[in-house]
Ligand binder design. Structure first.
Ligand code: NDP
Length: 400
């Protein structure tokens, strides 16, 4: 029977645990471990209530490789699903190597003292994982994750050549708070305040943070202003989608959100260095996280939908074509199903499906992989089965 160890007990984890528990034929036993054990217990109690399944809970500081090694040795899982924070990625990958267990995550490694996320640190594990006969699946969330799969599916089935990709991400939901982030505030604010970056003709081009914007008509949501940002899936897609000319990533933000963000920056509350406060060392962004609503707590009164997809241009049968592959996900529906908002849901469902692909042997192979390097068909089918149906449309207007 397959046993999994899920690390982290936040918004995304709540979805992963519920979704794994709902597929007992693949996820025979579930162990949930995180820094604060009471959060694991809360998720386990809800899973028991909704699905009548037991989840074993444990306390774990995953920054400490030896603690994770001991926990893996105690429970002997086949796979570790890392839905803690990007800071823990390398420590958990090390623990998996030491114990001979496969690894999966949803966000690439970021050093805590440098707001910089890149795959180079995790790609450096390629040889070690290959030699150990283990698999590490990177970025099995929505973006990265499903967006990579949309591109792989387009490459396999819809296009002979792909030239341009625009990943467009809209949360058209309303949580009723003046300012809140939809996933971990620290990670989210670090990401949004960074320079924009896109890839064109083999080169990275940099833009000032949130300086390039345009309107886009999002299916299921309507017209919203979206801003060019750097996002991690571009780093692997520009290597793995053959013949690509340009790839960009866009995300929508409301005026209210941007005004709050400007104030946070002007006050220095987004700083990630230590500040001395009455003899105590305080990192302003970590302190701000304590003050902001817990993303999980937004779920109850959230209305509206997310609308995320890929506008892809290229050639099919000698003709230029443009397709949009996307998913809509409704906050109120996901709350009803698993008690989470749609941003956590759209991340947690693909994490479960990626884990299922490894455990059932469909994707299992030795080495470190980004999603688009694997066959998209079974994964794309599972998205429909497990709550994230997707659509392909001819798309008339190009992204400027
Ligand atoms: P949360 O902040 O809600 O949850 C993070 C969890 O990790 C918390 O339970 C936290 O514990 C735990 N944790 C933090 N540090 C450690 C540690 N050292 N050891 C053990 N547990 C630890 O985050 P989210 O659920 O919103 O996000 C989870 C992950 O998903 C993040 O990596 C995020 O970047 C990623 N993500 C990916 C997306 C995608 O589409 N690919 C989209 C959204 C998120 P505690 O409560 O004690 O702090």
């Amino acid at each position: 029977m397959n046993k999994v160890l899920i690390i982290g007990a936040g918004g995304v984890s709540n979805v992963v645990v519920h979704k794994c528990a709902a597929v007992p034929e693949v996820f025979g036993e579930i162990v949930l471990a995180s820094r604060t054990k009471s959060k694991c217990d809360k998720i386990a109690a809800d899973v028991k209530k909704r699905l009548n399944r037991e989840v074993i809970t444990e306390a774990l500081d995953a920054d400490k490789v030896e603690e994770t090694v001991a926990l893996i040795n105690k429970h002997q899982p086949k796979l570790v699903i890392n839905v803690a924070l990007p800071y823990q990625d390398l420590a958990i990958m090390d623990a998996c190597l030491e114990t001979g267990v496969d690894y999966l995550d949803t966000a690439n490694y970021e050093p805590k003292d440098e707001a910089k996320f890149e795959y180079k640190w995790q790609w450096a594990y390629q040889d070690k994982y290959k030699e150990a006969g283990l698999m590490a699946l990177l970025g099995s969330g929505f973006d990265p994750g499903v967006t990579n799969m949309f591109c792989a599916y387009a490459q396999k089935h819809l296009f002979d050549e792909i030239h341009n990709i625009d990943i467009v991400d809209c949360n058209g939901g309303d949580h009723g708070q003046a300012f809140a982030t939809n996933f971990n505030p620290e990670i989210n604010i670090r990401e949004i305040t960074a320079n924009g970056r896109y890839w064109e003709q083999g080169e990275w081009k940099t833009t000032e943070p949130l300086s390039v914007k345009q309107d886009f008509n999002f299916p299921g949501v309507g017209v919203r202003k979206m801003y060019l940002m750097y996002h991690e899936e571009m780093e692997s897609l520009c290597q793995n989608i053959k013949g690509l000319n340009r790839i960009r990533f866009w995300m929508t933000f409301g005026e209210e959100y941007l005004t709050h963000l400007r104030v946070i920056q002007n006050l220095g509350l987004d700083r990630i260095d230590e500040v001395d406060y009455k003899g105590q060392k305080v990192v302003p962004l970590e302190f701000l996280k304590q003050l902001l609503p817990d993303p999980g707590s937004l779920a109850e009164n959230y209305t509206g939908k997310t609308s995320i997809g890929c506008v892809i241009e290229g050639i099919k049968d000698g003709k230029k074509i443009r397709k949009f592959i996307y998913n809509n996900c409704d906050h109120a529906e996901t709350f009803k199903e698993v008690g989470s908002q749609a941003v956590s849901y759209t991340t947690g469902v693909p994490a479960m499906i990626g884990a299922k692909m490894i455990l059932t042997g469909k994707w299992k192979q030795a080495g470190v992989y980004n999603m688009e390097q694997l066959d998209p068909d079974a994964f794309m089918e599972d998205l429909k089965t497990y709550g994230l149906p997707w659509h392909v449309e001819e798309w008339s207007s190009s992204v400027e």
